[in-house]
Write a protein that binds this ligand. Structure first.
Ligand SMILES: Nc1ncnc2c1ncn2[C@@H]1O[C@H](COP(=O)(O)OP(=O)(O)OP(=O)(O)O)[C@@H](O)[C@H]1O
Ligand SMILES: [Mg+2]
Length: 251
């Protein structure tokens, strides 16, 4: 039996009158890669933020390795955030820090590494995302794709057990996107990293996803393998996967 890293049950989240998550359930097995797909604004980023305690749901539980993270204080969340890293949709680099300091930041926060170890780790993480000679640059001097890769290097800094990727390839050229896809797959295969990938990039989703979840109406309308998704007779799902525009309320 697979060990479940996350068990999410009955997750609900509203902002004012807008119900975004409405009884979301899913599990994430250790070492698997689950891709979350869905229309813009359906709650994918909101879902990720509930998983590492960045936001509190209105109801439901998020069991990570036996503990409900929705009930933890900021201090109790600290060790969770060391084990679960997130690549934010917008990158979220510190603009006033160099690339080096950005990647060193979590190492200084969470480890007792000396400067030499930090420098070595920063170099290795930058190599993983195929960047060199950028340590001294400010984020404002980088292209969008480079910023994204620096942000990825920073989220990998602590060798997380779980990686939450929010649109890791958006804005990247096809070659870099493919390289990021290989990196995600590699981390899963070689290091056993469990990953959750939110994306609109269907090529990436098929490459890295062991399963996919199609978020619609605040919960997974479909959750299963690609083979199951391709065989599904759910028109809304297949239209989404084939980029077919839906006639309003045809569903
Ligand atoms: N902090 C917030 N305050 C108010 N509304 C929010 C907040 N965060 C998200 N929302 C709303 O929740 C809904 C879902 O947002 P979310 O960012 O999860 O969408 P998404 O599926 O990630 O979309 P995209 O594919 O465009 O990134 C949107 O209607 C958004 O406006
Ligand atoms: Mg989003």
């Amino acid at each position: 039996m697979a060990e479940m890293v996350y068990r999410v049950r009955g997750l609900c989240k509203a902002y004012g009158p807008r119900r975004v998550l409405d009884g979301l359930d899913f599990e994430l097995a250790r070492g698997e890669c689950l891709v979350i797909l869905g229309r813009s604004g359906c709650g994918k980023s909101v879902t990720l933020r509930q998983l590492n305690g960045l936001e509190q749901p209105d109801a439901g539980e998020v069991i990570f390795d036996g503990t409900d993270v929705t009930r933890l204080s900021e201090r109790e969340l600290y060790p969770v955030r060391r084990r679960v890293a997130m690549l934010f949709q917008g990158g979220a680099l510190f603009d006033s820090m160099t690339v080096y300091e950005n990647i060193a930041f979590p190492l200084r926060e969470h480890t007792g590494m000396d400067e030499e170890q930090i420098a070595d780790t920063v170099r290795r993480k930058l190599a993983m995302v195929r960047l060199r000679d950028v340590e001294d640059k400010m984020p404002s001097a980088l292209s969008g794709g480079m910023k994204k890769r620096v942000a990825l290097a920073r989220s990998l800094a602590l060798d997380p057990e779980v990686m939450l990727y929010d649109e890791p390839t958006t804005g990247l050229d096809p070659v870099t996107s493919a390289a990021i896809g290989r990196l995600i797959a590699d981390m899963q295969e070689r290091l056993g990293v469990t990953s959750l990938v939110v994306t609109h990039d269907l090529a990436l989703a098929r490459t890295v996803g062991d399963r996919l979840g199609f978020l619609d109406g605040g919960r997974f309308r479909f959750l299963g393998t690609w083979a199951e998704a391709d065989a599904s007779d759910d028109r809304v799902l297949s239209n989404f996967l084939h980029g077919v525009a839906e006639v309003e309320d045809a569903a």
